[in-house]
Design a protein around this ligand. Structure first.
Ligand SMILES: [Zn+2]
Length: 370
């Protein structure tokens, strides 16, 4: 049996392999503060009962992620099937019996750099403009899709935390519907608003196989108060563009390691919180829940107390800076408890459907954003 991870977004270290049992470790992100994303290839075990033990699973950023979690396995790199997974004494043990010579194992269905390039090209083909905001520390392009001609300025960003690949699957569904020339809701929105969409805020961390940080070890969603070109150019470039272009709405798309639900976190704790922002947040959430029952409002993060917001996070900083509706959308790595799907779990397809439903929720609030 052979195991490798030297490819786009790959992450694993092989400690030892004996027969069809492997001892593995997740390689920490740059800066050694975070680790959790894994993605590797296994070959030479067709038909065998394979056990893959991740020995440092107890030292990851969110150990509570493992109870109730299933790993994702693919033989065709299209369908990512849940594999039985157990967590005991700090070891995450994944069981696979492959009916193929090669299979891939990941924390969640990966969203590749190649697919990102194809997403941009598809958006351009559907009439959107592509803007390069600047370069990342590894020299990658920070890409923004611009669509629409209306006066409201709407920002939608994803994947500040690169291991949260579900966020870019969401983006593919969102952009696909936003640019659909046969979708009357989308066409009307494009008359009412201009959309600035950053499908991947952290391309370096994505390719490097990080969970949470960029090439300098910066957690981008803690950089919004004082971003710098040296440490967090991704945030600096986007925040400068927001200052220059304006911002009437911001949605920041993420994945949550622990909670088996889709939910929104608002900006309740900012100094400038108002009844207007509270009402808009509630209307957006109600509309999203109506449009797609995979979204729910019963389980989520506790709301920040007044004045207790962390202003270094995108949602708090943009809500305060622009006095606008700003929210964080979280999707699960685990399956959703609200409607489990035993084979695929919370899947790329469901992420894309939820992204498309984002259009309905924006329709609800667009007229009242200012
Ligand atoms: Zn996140």
């Amino acid at each position: 049996m052979h195991i490798s991870s030297t490819f786009d977004a790959g992450n694993i270290q092989v400690v030892s392999i004996e027969e069809h049992h492997a001892s593995l470790r997740i390689r920490p992100d740059v800066g050694d503060e975070h680790l959790q994303w894994f993605y590797f290839r296994v070959s030479g075990a067709r038909g065998e009962q394979v056990t893959l033990d991740i020995e440092n699973a107890g030292q990851v950023s969110y150990p509570k992620a493992w109870p109730g979690y299933q790993a994702r396995v693919s033989v065709d790199r299209e369908d990512w099937i849940q594999a039985p997974t157990s967590y005991k004494d700090g070891v995450l043990s994944i069981q696979v019996q492959p009916d193929a010579d090669v299979f891939w194992v990941a924390y969640f269905a990966p969203y590749s750099a190649e697919r990102h390039a194809e997403l941009l090209a598809a958006c351009q083909g559907q009439g959107a403009q592509l803007h390069t905001l600047g370069s990342t520390l590894d020299g990658r392009d920070l890409d923004m899709v611009v669509a629409g001609s209306g006066p409201r300025k709407l920002w939608v960003i994803a994947r500040q935390h690169p291991g949260e690949s579900m966020a870019e699957w969401w983006m593919e569904g969102f952009l696909g519907r936003l640019l659909d020339p046969d979708d009357a809701h989308a066409l009307r929105l494009l008359d009412q608003a201009t959309f600035y969409v950053v499908p991947n805020m952290n391309p370096d961390g994505s390719v490097r196989g990080h969970l949470r940080v960029n090439a300098a070890g910066a957690n981008l969603n803690r950089e919004w108060e004082e971003p710098t070109m040296a440490r967090s150019p991704e945030v600096k470039l986007v925040r400068d563009a927001m200052d220059a272009l304006g911002c009437d709405f911001c949605l920041d798309v993420h994945g949550d390691e622990e909670l088996p639900h889709n939910f929104i976190a608002g900006a309740e704790g900012i100094p400038g919180w108002t009844e207007r922002l509270d009402g808009l947040t509630q209307r957006f959430c109600d509309a999203l829940e109506r449009a797609n029952p995979d979204f729910q409002q019963k389980v989520g993060y506790p709301k920040d107390a007044p004045g207790a917001a962390n202003m270094s996070m995108c949602t708090s900083q943009t809500a305060q800076r622009f006095n606008c509706l700003s929210m964080t959308l979280e999707m699960p790595f685990k399956d959703t408890d609200d409607r489990p799907e035993p084979e695929l779990g919370w899947s790329p397809e469901r992420c894309m459907k939820l992204g498309a439903s984002g259009i309905d929720a924006i329709v609800e609030v667009i007229a009242d954003l200012r």
